[in-house]
Ligand binder design. Structure first.
Ligand SMILES: NC(=O)c1ccc[n+]([C@@H]2O[C@H](COP(=O)([O-])OP(=O)(O)OC[C@H]3O[C@@H](n4cnc5c(N)ncnc54)[C@H](OP(=O)(O)O)[C@@H]3O)[C@@H](O)[C@H]2O)c1
Length: 223
C-alpha cells in the first residue's frame, strides 16, 4: 500500500488530497495543528498526526515517528495568505513572520526532516501558487503572499537539485483558483477538480521534470 504524508490536511485542498488518496487505497498520514478537532480528516480514512509546520518540535517529532518508513509521496500543502496588501502598503512584522514561517520555513524544515524517508522514485509535491511566479506576474496585490510563494519555488528548485542523485522528484504545483477558505466562494473550481488534476500531474512526474512548476491541468508555469 503506497504511503502519503500531507500537511494542512484538516480542511481545504489538504483534506481533499487525503480523501482522494485514501479512497484510492493509499495509507494517508494527514497532518494538522489540532488533531482533536480533525474529525473530517479521520472520517476520510487518514491517520491523523499533529504538525504545526512553523513549530520545529512538531516537525521533528513527526519525522522521528516515521524513522525507517518509506514515504512514496510528501505533499507540502499547508499555507496562509496573510493580508492581501500591495508592497507600498506597509507589511507588518507579525504578518511577515506568519506568512514566511508557514509558507517557506515550514516546507524547508519538512524537506530536510523527511528527506531520509524518501526512497528512489519518491515524490515531493509543494503546493505553491501562480501568484509566486515572477514570470507570470501581471498585477500587484498580495505582495507578501507572492513573495512567500516565490521563495517557496526557489526551495522546490533547490530540493530538486539536492535530491536528484537519490532519484527523488520535487515539483511545485498551482492548484488553480479554488473554492476553499483561502480561495473564497467565488473561485473558479472546486477542491475535487483541483486535487484530481494535481494528482494526475504528480502521478506523471518523474526525474526529467523534477524542479519544474505546473498548474493542476499539467501546464508548465514560468518561475
Ligand atoms: N485556494 C486557492 O485558490 C489556492 C490558490 C493557490 C494556492 N493555494 C495554496 O494551496 C494550499 C492549501 O490552501 P487552501 O486553499 O486549502 O487553504 P485553506 O482552506 O485556508 O487551508 C489551509 C490549510 O493550511 C493549514 N495551515 C495553516 N497554517 C498552518 C501551520 N502553521 N501548520 C500546519 N497547517 C497550517 C490550515 O490548518 P488550520 O485549520 O489549523 O488553520 C489548513 O489546513 C496553500 O498552500 C495555498 O497557498 C490555494
Amino acid at each position: 500500500m503506497p504511503l502519503a504524508l500531507i500537511t494542512g490536511a484538516n480542511r481545504g485542498l489538504g483534506l481533499e488530497f487525503a480523501r482522494q488518496y485514501a479512497r484510492d487505497g493509499w495509507r494517508v498520514l494527514g497532518c494538522c495543528r489540532d488533531p482533536d478537532a480533525a474529525h473530517e480528516l479521520a472520517s476520510v480514512g487518514a491517520e491523523v498526526m499533529k504538525m504545526d509546520v512553523t513549530q520545529a518540535a512538531d516537525v521533528t517529532a513527526a519525522s522521528k515517528r516515521l524513522a525507517g518508513t518509506s514515504l512514496d509521496l510528501l505533499v507540502c500543502n499547508a499555507g496562509v495568505s496573510g493580508a492581501r496588501a500591495p508592497v507600498l502598503k506597509a507589511i507588518t512584522q507579525t504578518d511577515f513572520d506568519q506568512v514566511m514561517r508557514t509558507n517557506v520555513l515550514g516546507p524547508m524544515w519538512i524537506s530536510s526532516s523527511f528527506a531520509d524517508c524518501m526512497p528512489p522514485g519518491g515524490k515531493i509535491a509543494y503546493v505553491s501558487s501562480r501568484m509566486g511566479s515572477i514570470g507570470a506576474m501581471g498585477n500587484a496585490g498580495s505582495a507578501l503572499y507572492r513573495a512567500s510563494k516565490a521563495a517557496l519555488n526557489a526551495v522546490v528548485k533547490a530540493v530538486s537539485l539536492e535530491l536528484a542523485s537519490r532519484g527523488v522528484t520535487a515539483i511545485a504545483l498551482h492548484p488553480g483558483w479554488v473554492r476553499t477558505n483561502m480561495g473564497g466562494a467565488g473561485a473558479d473550481i472546486d477542491a475535487e477538480t483541483s486535487v484530481a488534476g494535481m494528482r494526475a500531474v504528480i502521478e506523471d512526474a518523474g526525474p526529467p521534470v523534477s524542479g519544474h512548476f505546473f498548474d493542476y491541468t499539467g501546464k508548465e508555469i514560468p518561475w
